[in-house]
Design a protein around this ligand. Structure first.
Ligand SMILES: *Cc1c(COP(=O)(O)O)cnc(C)c1O
Length: 388
């Protein structure tokens, strides 16, 4: 017999990085020193007090059994306390928070909870590819909202047609934004609340980078905005904040009915996060400032080093006030794919083509600075010498 794939995976967009990966490995085999600045995954280890907490909790037999589907109440309480201290937002840990196995898991499952076939989810373009893919998996239709430089990389809500708004039931947003690195302001978030109310659209704000900001910038939680709890939920992850990407721990917070819906999907699909990891997550959230400034300093220094390299090359970039990425414009007359292919073959540096994040990312490229500072310096020198 022949195994058939479902249309939902047959029709996935081609994996844009496959060709780059192939070329990268080819060059490495030839002995070329390739610097890969592709993936955003902290190289700074998880702080010791968190690891110690896992070690202790992992030895306890009560954590070896199935966890609760929606997460340990104690973890959700720690998340609520952290929200209250950090953002001044008060949340009921029993009803307004659900533990996730990484925020990617929650984001990927959310459309199953809220979309019926044919419903639209508004997604930022460029944006995290999980928003449109999970929408499609749920039978929904992703509708891109262009994030353009001339609009400060915010979507133009007035440009969304009445027909689209009518069919839309969800909107994904993400600030501080990956890949453009910009922060939201209160004015924009308030417009979003009004738009959501008027059109009955659930806002799903991905807040993975609220703790990674520089120069005194203090990113907002969407839930701080008056009325936001009526219209939205926010995904928060321990991954980037605490250098815990491999641990798979996050939570969603916000509107009770929406959190309940997401919880129903999870109850039927997964069996929750390992409790010892949740215990370590409590330790992380209760000591959230330990080492954070130091980690941010490392990213800030690396971002500045890389941006100086771009300046020397005459390449324009968005000043990164948050996240650990640089979003920059590829030189005139080149596509994102051309530029990235040439960066790899001529400079031995892997950069991510902007169109991998959506059509509006064309003309841009992204680097991540979650790599050794010396390597970032070398990459910056190679970029500075790059002649288009
Ligand atoms: C890294 C990232 C995530 C996923 O984080 P996990 O909690 O590790 O799954 C979600 N959204 C954006 C925009 C990210 O960059």
């Amino acid at each position: 017999m022949e195994i058939k794939w479902a249309k939902r995976i047959e029709e996935l967009p081609p994996y844009l990085f496959a060709e780059i990966d192939r070329k990268k490995n080819e060059l490495i085999e030839k002995g070329v020193d390739v610097i890969d600045l592709g993936v955003g995954d902290p190289d700074i280890p998880t702080p010791d007090h968190i690891i110690e907490s896992l070690r202790e909790a992992a030895g306890r037999p009560e954590h070896h059994r199935y966890p609760s589907y929606v997460g340990m109440l104690s973890f959700r309480e720690a998340a609520a306390e952290w929200y209250s201290q950090r953002f001044g937002v008060s949340l009921d840990p029993a009803k307004e928070i659900v533990t996730l196995i990484g925020s990617k898991e929650g984001i990927a499952h959310a459309p199953l909870a809220f979309l019926d076939p044919g419903d639209i989810a508004l997604v930022p373009d460029p944006g995290y590819p999980v928003y449109p893919v999970s929408t499609t998996f749920a039978g929904g239709v992703p509708h891109p909202m262009p994030l353009l430089k001339e609009n400060g990389f915010f979507p133009d809500l007035d440009a969304i047609s009445a027909q689209v708004a009518e069919r839309a039931v969800m909107m994904f947003l993400n600030y501080p934004n990956n890949p453009t690195t910009v922060l939201a302001n209160e004015g924009f978030f308030s417009e979003v609340v009004d738009f959501a109310r008027k059109n009955n659209i659930l806002i799903c704000h991905d807040a993975a980078y609220t703790e990674i900001a520089f120069y005194g910038k203090n990113p907002l939680s969407f839930l701080e905005i008056p009325g936001a709890m009526d219209v939205g939920i926010e995904f928060h992850s321990l991954s980037k904040t605490f250098s815990m990407t491999g641990w798979r721990l996050a939570f969603a917070a916000g509107n009770e009915k929406a959190i309940g819906g997401l919880g129903k999907i999870k109850t039927n699909i997964d069996s929750g996060a390992f409790q010892a990891v949740q215990v370590a997550g409590i330790t992380a959230l209760r000591n959230s400032s330990v080492g954070l400034e130091e980690r941010k300093e490392v990213y800030r220094e690396r971002l500045e080093i890389f941006c100086r390299g771009l300046e020397e090359a005459g390449i324009s970039y968005t000043q990164p006030d948050a996240t650990f990425y640089v979003w920059f414009e590829v030189p005139e007359g080149m596509t994102s794919s051309d530029f990235c292919a040439r960066m790899l073959s001529e400079a031995g540096v892997v950069v991510t083509p902007g169109n991998g994040f959506g059509d509006c990312g064309e003309g841009y490229a992204r680097v991540s600075v979650t790599f050794d500072t010396e390597r970032i310096k070398q990459a910056a020198e190679r970029i500075a010498d790059f002649k288009p």
